[in-house]
Write a protein that binds this ligand. Structure first.
Ligand SMILES: C[S@@+](CC[C@H](N)C(=O)[O-])C[C@H]1O[C@@H](n2cnc3c(N)ncnc32)[C@H](O)[C@@H]1O
Length: 354
């Protein structure tokens, strides 16, 4: 029996070890990025014999090994028809240390005192951890998210989307010899070719030309059988190919970041969690975030009528997540699910060739 609707103060692998096989419907998470921040987490012991806090490994290959160790555990607890959503950022090589490609690191709460650690600035802490590498020439973008995705494919995961999370309010950068970084990856993985995906829950309005019947979707999509109840019947004279409830939102999402603030330096915007949970987890299903931080994925899961479970190793962040969840209203009663099995929105494979 899993204890649900809680944030556990626990290391991700330990939390995962306590879950039965195939027990969660959806995992939505953002692990610490490599060489970015010190979250005040004690070094962990890894299968390869090394010891480091995740993200503070001296070498990004080791970081990827450790991520894969954790995601092997996630694969075990995720249902075969489940979905996995992972947000990951990149880093530029810079001679003796890695440099974060987004906002600078911020002062973090000291876990012992619960106060801001302003005496020990982030750059000093990075050096104290010996975070150095010489693999690439200075200024090289290391392509950590792509490397992670390729490693996941080697482990049998199916990569379904590389969503670009575009930040319209990205921070101005002082660099003059490249463009500022304004987007990040959100990967969608599945374990199986057939998995739960409710595209109708996340459709967006058609543009005016599409509504007029001349748009991309109506020109290029041939009529296909659709799951009953997910599409309105065509009006007289309207092409049968236009989804009147709206179109597929595509894989480029413009969502502003939240201000980076105490007590957590890397809070997801809630809007980034809404589509993954609405499309990738059935109502009443279980959403897990093994790197819960301030608990945003769990907050959105609760708001959207899903069960949730969060693991967060830093007790200050875990407490903050619990407070946020206490202040989050439970979803309004959700209409009963459709009774006929053919009414259940199920898999992309039903409607999409690849
Ligand atoms: C990128 S942040 C996640 C932020 C979260 N998405 C939010 O909206 O607040 C990553 C979190 O993972 C936590 N963390 C780091 N290593 C961990 C581990 N081994 N197990 C569990 N949590 C860990 C950090 O303390 C940090 O809060």
């Amino acid at each position: 029996m899993i204890e649900l609707d809680i944030i556990r103060t626990v290391e991700a692998r330990e939390g995962l070890a306590g879950l039965p096989d195939q027990s969660v419907d959806c995992v939505l998470t953002s692990p610490p990025y490599w060489a970015c921040r010190d979250y005040g987490v004690a070094p962990a012991q890894w299968e390869d014999g090394s010891s480091s806090a995740l993200g503070l490994e001296p070498d990004f290959e080791k970081y990827l090994d450790h991520l894969i160790e954790i995601f092997n555990g996630i694969k075990r607890v995720l249902k075969d028809e489940g979905t996995l959503w992972v947000n990951l950022g990149d880093v530029y090589a810079s001679g003796t240390r890695a440099r974060w490609r987004g906002p600078l690191s911020h002062h973090l709460p000291n876990t012992a005192t619960g106060t801001l650690d302003t005496a020990n600035p982030p750059e000093k802490r990075k050096r104290a951890h010996g975070l150095e590498f010489h693999r690439f020439p200075d200024k090289t973008l290391c392509m950590i998210p792509e490397r992670f995705a390729l490693r996941m494919l080697q482990k049998g995961w199916i990569l379904r989307n590389r969503i670009a999370w575009v930040k319209p309010n990205f921070l101005p950068a002082s660099v003059g010899d490249r463009f500022a970084c304004s987007w990040e990856y959100l990967f969608l993985f599945s374990k199986s070719e057939r998995y739960f995906f409710d595209i109708d829950a996340v459709r967006v309005p058609h543009s005016a030309p599409e509504r007029a019947g001349a748009g991309w979707e109506s020109r290029t999509h041939s009529p296909r059988p659709v799951v009953a109840g997910t599409r309105l019947p065509p009006r007289p004279g309207e092409p049968d190919t236009l989804h009147r409830p709206g179109k597929n939102p595509g894989d480029c999402w413009s969502i502003p970041t939240r201000g980076t603030q105490f007590p957590h330096p890397a809070i997801f915007p809630e809007a980034l969690c809404e589509r993954p949970i609405s499309a990738g987890c059935p109502v009443g299903g279980i959403v897990l975030d093994p790197f819960a931080g301030s608990g945003t994925a769990c907050v959105v899961a609760k708001r959207l009528g899903r069960r949730y479970l969060g693991f967060e190793v830093n007790p200050i962040f875990a407490d903050y997540a619990r407070q946020r969840l206490q202040n989050t209203p439970t979803a309004a009663p959700i209409p009963a699910p459709p009774s006929s099995p053919s009414d259940v929105p199920q898999t992309t494979s039903d409607r999409e060739a690849a």
